[in-house]
Design a protein around this ligand. Structure first.
Ligand code: FES
Length: 87
């Protein structure tokens, strides 16, 4: 799937199978705060502007997950072909 970085002029990156969004961004020189990389600490929480995340964290409440307004980019993936993030 593709991630689009809304605050970086819509820069786009493809998240390859087996990779996370966080790994993809870091590999491309986009620095993000993170700590556990396992969906438990909440450090990497990022606002979602468009698209449907595939939530795989232990941090967000069920309501927040259902709202699709935020996600943990170290572990969660995407159900939609494109995710627009507030980055
Ligand atoms: Fe800890 Fe993502 S880095 S939840």
């Amino acid at each position: 799937f593709t991630v689009v970085l809304a605050r970086r002029s819509g820069q786009e990156f493809t998240v390859e199978p087996g990779m996370t969004i966080l790994e993809t961004l870091l590999q491309n020189g986009i620095s993000r705060n993170y700590s556990c990389t396992q969906g438990v600490c909440g450090t990497c929480e990022t606002k979602v502007l468009e698209g449907e995340p595939d939530h795989r964290d232990w941090v967000l409440s069920d309501e927040k997950k259902a709202s699709n307004s935020t996600m943990l980019i170290c572990c969660s993936l995407s159900k939609s072909p494109r995710l627009v993030l507030d980055i």
